[in-house]
Design a protein around this ligand. Structure first.
Ligand code: ACO
Length: 316
């Protein structure tokens, strides 16, 4: 695993200078205390490359070993080429498969599932899966309901087939559940894009309490499905590494699933919601501080714009 956070930190107090809010309100409703923000000129691909380098070093691999790059992002450097193409060039891998996955906050769950399929079928031998976001670029800094929620960062994982210890059937993704309900896209979207007359990228628009209402129910259902499909039970889960949207959602899902809160890896206070980057970043922190170890059963889940949502149970 690898992770990277840009140097600039934006505190809750910084937002009190922009909108009618307070540190106490933000902490009470979201658990967020601070978030990181890209420096001028720093792009999503730059965050992705930093996280990828850390992950490759941890895996004892070099860019030469990589045969597939998948970037989950909703803040690509540009409409095309894909951020994965740019990352491939900046990292200096050999020519190999490279593409983006766009499922907003659920992007990492989708991307990891895609990558796992390539590895399990023997098509790829060293896949870099990166979640990277510069959400600050999509924020309306006059909308207090959204601007306080998000942060920038990247997380990455190196995926390889298992050799000599167990079989591929008992490692990697054991069960997953991916979902989308496009009829609920109005709850969370960006009001711009290539078809906008004004030719602007747009900003995040969200019905926060509606998203909240769907989140706990849908995420819990997907997480249960992922564990059932793995022929395991919640009691087998060593670490719950959810998408880091809001501490109240994290607690609600953990309680609904009957998971001890000590098993929840939470970074929302320090990173805020980094969309597709939040799960690999939290996972990286869990590995770094010694909690998450080889052999552990990890349960990941996310919900985001689309609405998309999903979960996966993974044996490390
Ligand atoms: N500071 C102070 N007051 C605020 C702020 C703020 N930053 N933001 C909203 N309020 C106000 C609202 O204007 C409203 O005021 P009013 O009663 O005068 O109209 C009041 O707080 C209550 O608003 P609600 O939206 O009902 O507040 P809620 O308790 O639902 O909290 C929040 C809002 C934090 C956005 C919550 O709905 C939430 O976290 N939703 C999930 C959204 C989310 O995480 N989205 C990320 C992408 S999807 C995902 O990752 C799961």
């Amino acid at each position: 695993m690898g992770g990277y956070l840009p140097e600039t930190i934006v505190t809750n107090d910084d937002f009190t200078k922009m909108v009618d809010t307070s540190d106490a309100w933000i902490i009470e409703r979201t658990g967020i205390r601070q978030r990181h923000k890209v420096a001028p000129g720093q792009r999503t691909s730059d965050l992705a490359v930093e996280a990828a380098r850390v992950a490759l070093a941890a895996a004892g691999r070099t860019p030469e070993d990589v045969d597939m790059v998948i970037v989950a992002t909703t803040t690509p450097d540009m409409p095309f080429p894909s951020t994965a193409s740019i990352v491939q060039q900046k990292l200096g891998t050999r020519p190999c498969a490279a593409f983006d996955v766009q499922a907003v906050c659920s992007g990492f769950v989708y991307a990891l599932t895609v990558a796992d399929g390539f590895v399990a079928r023997g098509i790829a031998r060293c896949v870099l899966v990166i979640g990277a976001e510069a959400m600050s670029q999509l924020l309306d800094y006059t909308d207090r309901g959204t601007c306080i929620l998000f942060g920038d960062g990247a997380g990455a994982v190196v995926l390889e087939p298992v050799e000599g210890e167990g079989t591929s059937a008992d490692r990697g993704i054991l069960g997953f559940d991916l979902q989308c309900d496009g009829s609920k896209m109005d709850l969370l979207y960006v009001d711009g894009g290539v078809f906008e007359d004004s030719n602007r990228i747009g900003k995040i628009r969200m019905q926060g309490n509606q998203v909240f209402k769907h989140a706990v129910h849908k995420i819990s259902e997907a997480a249960e499905n992922a564990v059932i499909k793995s022929n395991l039970s919640m009691a087998d889960v060593d670490w719950f590494i959810p998408h880091q949207a809001n501490q109240r959602i994290l607690n609600g899902v953990a309680d609904k699933l009957g998971l001890d809160r000590d098993k929840v890896i939470s970074t929302v206070a320090m990173h805020a919601n980094t969309s597709a980057a939040s799960i690999p970043l939290a996972w990286y922190i869990g590995v770094q501080d010694g909690r998450v170890k080889p052999g552990d059963l990890v349960l990941i889940e996310a919900l985001g714009g689309g609405l998309t949502w999903g979960a996966a149970a993974i044996r490390l």
